[in-house]
Design a protein around this ligand. Structure first.
Ligand code: 8ID
Ligand code: ZN
Length: 348
């Protein structure tokens, strides 16, 4: 397999600065890394945060974003074992971790203080050739549609792990706040596959139709509802047992602490810049609610999330665009106009 010296990528030099569709060097894999020919990459709202630089964690600069890359292994460093040229591999948010700290040792690699993050501290999947730590790279079965599987590599893993974190029983209600977006559209389907009853919250009629088509029993339109919390409590007969917050809205997150059922769990996933979660102490105590953060997933969560997908239980609602169209996708995302997930084709 011949590997070119240069390739197409979308790169930026300053946070919020121009997103350049340019020719850059093909990276060389380190001893522990795979070189992956990225065919498709999902576009996550995190990529927008990384470009803007609105989180309290600095990005690498200049940076190639992207962390839902699906492709083919074309090279590897001398220490890599267990991978072959031609294997399908996925680039995830967690590119690599130290593998020796307290958190790595207990399979909580995403909480490693030295975690290396694709499209943030490590050039990501908005390029045709990207490197990934061979231990953390996702194993994608041969024959899988690489465009379809791409969103599983962040959105799928993240919502699957968040649903596990909510610790629900089959038949219980889960509310997905931000249900019409990339993470939300997958959360609805994982929740259904795990046996839960789903209530979706987002804005607008089109997102409502979409959310229901994916299996939500009920849709709350936050732009129209007279009282979101009241409506949710009524429909679920006392509030959902779990809430997965995947919106990018501080207000929606705090609101979820009010409508969650007694003994229920509010899971924080969406990361609006500078946001705080505000919950009334009295009601939180008397209702004995839990508020828990959830951050991507580990290697087992990855394998399980991909397995749900390959068994046909999850369909990624994707729109495919060219890599060169990334700035336009960010604009639509900023306006909340994307239904489901955009996936970029790195050859265009
Ligand atoms: O590991 C993690 N915790 C993790 C992993 C991946 C992504 C966290 N994230 C974060 C992203 O950084 C981002 O902050 O999750 C958030 C959502 O990512 P996304 O699903 O990729 O974003 P999107 O496709 O833009 O979807 C967001 C949805 O929220 C809706 C929007 O209409 C959109 O459909 N929304 C908003 I903004 N305000 C809302 C509100 N008040 C709302 N829905 C309900 N109520
Ligand atoms: Zn992501």
């Amino acid at each position: 397999m011949s590997i070119p010296k240069t390739q197409k990528a979308v790169i930026f030099e300053t946070n919020g600065g121009p997103l350049k569709y340019a020719d850059i060097q093909v990276p060389k894999p380190k001893a522990n890394e795979l070189l992956i020919n990225v065919k498709y990459s999902g576009v996550c709202h995190t990529d927008l945060h990384a470009w803007k630089g609105d989180w309290p964690l600095a990005t690498k600069l200049p940076l190639v974003g992207g962390h839902e890359g699906a492709g083919v292994v074309v090279g590897m460093g001398e220490n890599v074992v267990g991978w072959e040229i031609g294997d399908y591999a996925g680039i995830k948010w967690l590119n690599g971790s130290c593998l020796s700290c307290e958190f790595c040792n207990t399979s909580n690699e995403s909480n490693c203080a030295d975690a290396d993050l694709s499209g943030y501290t490590h050039d990501g999947s908005f390029q045709q050739y990207a490197t990934a730590d061979a231990v953390q790279a996702a194993r994608i079965p041969k024959g899988v549609d690489l465009a379809q599987v791409a969103p599983i590599l962040c959105a799928g893993i993240t919502v699957y792990k968040a649903l596990k974190t909510a610790n629900l029983a089959a038949g219980q209600w889960v509310a997905i706040s931000g249900a019409g977006g990339g993470l939300g559209s997958l959360a609805i389907q994982y929740a259904k596959a795990m046996g839960y009853r789903v209530l979706g919250i987002d804005g607008g009629e089109e997102k409502g139709e979409f959310v229901k088509s994916l299996g939500a029993e009920y849709y709350v339109d936050f732009t129209k509802s007279k009282d979101v919390a009241k409506e949710i409590i009524k429909v679920t007969n006392g509030g959902p047992h779990g809430v997965i917050n995947v919106s990018v809205s501080e207000a929606a997150i705090s609101q979820s602490c009010q409508y969650v059922r007694s003994l229920g769990t509010v899971v924080l996933v969406g990361l609006p810049a500078g946001a705080k979660v505000t919950a009334p102490v009295f009601e939180s105590v008397v209702k004995s609610i839990s508020i828990r953060g959830s951050y991507v997933g580990n290697r087992a969560d990855t394998a399980e999330a991909i397995d749900f997908f390959t068994r046909g239980l999850i369909k990624c609602p994707i729109k495919i665009a060219g890599l060169s169209e990334l700035p336009k996708i960010y604009e639509l995302m900023e306006q909340g106009k994307i239904i489901g997930r955009y996936v970029v084709d790195t050859s265009k």
